[in-house]
Design a protein around this ligand. Structure first.
Ligand SMILES: NC(=O)c1ccc[n+]([C@@H]2O[C@H](COP(=O)([O-])OP(=O)(O)OC[C@H]3O[C@@H](n4cnc5c(N)ncnc54)[C@H](OP(=O)(O)O)[C@@H]3O)[C@@H](O)[C@H]2O)c1
Length: 254
């Protein structure tokens, strides 16, 4: 029998890489996608192969519709199927919350083109393939920023709010064939925050996060992958939901 296939956008590092590894270790074939450097994506693919999976490394900028469609065509040609699409690719610009003048319309457009339009284009490109299999699913990686007004910038939090709304719309549009859900992680230990904040601010942010979070911890990429596994491969009666994975940051310590 052909192995199931999971396509993870932006999977050469962080949450996407952890998700690709988890699916690969669970008997699925995986697509590792990147938009900048091939080498880190190849390294993740090698880890997936060591776990027994076939892994395809594909360049695609998800903000470019033609590249999303080419990616879907390549998966169809190689494996003839796709069962789960994880829209994980994301981008931002770090701008302090009160610095309204620091954000330009262009920042919104660029961030939306990846975080919202990119997820839409990938979902549209993969819909025919996903429809072929019972129980297929899309998992969008959103952010706690969409609920709490926290995170790298107002443009980023707005884009993730739009992604949540799109998740519900796509769930209705693609049901009953394809389930569509989102995960809203809290602060995750990935290059994203480390590069964005620099070492000192990152350390202080982690301390402050743990001080508020019920579970006294920041989130690991593997914790988000775990949720992406459940929403993708399980969760047979769940669609149109946004699941927080934040270590209890939103509800706060007693
Ligand atoms: N880290 C956090 O605290 C946190 C919290 C909540 C939500 N998230 C979300 O989690 C997702 C993954 O982030 P991460 O924390 O794992 O950071 P990361 O390691 O920096 O991953 C971001 C990924 O997005 C890819 N990407 C960016 N623009 C792309 C494009 N146009 N086309 C295809 N891929 C693109 C990058 O690939 P290339 O390098 O090849 O461009 C990279 O692999 C993002 O959607 C982010 O918003 C992160």
């Amino acid at each position: 029998m052909t192995r199931k296939v999971c396509v993870v956008t932006g999977s050469s590092s962080g949450i996407g890489a952890a998700t690709a590894r988890l699916y690969a270790g669970s008997g699925w074939n995986v697509v590792v996608n990147y938009s900048r450097e091939a080498a880190p994506a190849e390294a993740v693919a090698a880890e997936c192969r060591a776990l027994g999976a076939e892994a395809l490394v594909v360049y695609a900028d998800v903000s470019v519709d033609a590249q999303c469609r080419e990616l879907a065509a390549e998966v169809e040609e190689v494996w003839g199927r796709a069962d789960v699409l994880v829209n994980n690719a994301g981008t931002t610009r770090f701008v302090p919350l009160r610095d309204l003048e620091g954000l330009a319309a262009e920042d919104f457009h660029r961030i939306y083109s990846v975080n919202v339009v990119g997820a839409f284009q990938m979902t549209r490109a993969f819909t025919p393939l996903l429809r072929k299999n019972l129980g297929s699913a899309v998992v969008n990686i959103s952010s706690i920023a969409s609920f709490m007004g926290t995170g790298s910038s107002i443009a980023y939090m707005a884009s993730k709010g739009a992604l949540n709304a799109m998740t519900v719309g796509l769930a209705r549009a693609l049901g009953p064939d394809i389930r569509v859900n989102a995960i809203a992680p809290g602060l995750v230990e990935t290059p994203w925050m480390q590069d964005g904040l620099g070492p000192e601010r990152y350390a202080a942010t982690v301390e402050a996060y743990r001080g508020r979070a019920v579970l006294d911890a920041v989130v690991r990429p593997e914790d988000v992958a775990d949720a992406a596994w459940w929403l993708g491969a399980g969760a047979a009666r769940t669609t149109g939901e946004v699941l927080l994975v934040d270590g209890g940051f939103r509800i706060t310590r007693a």
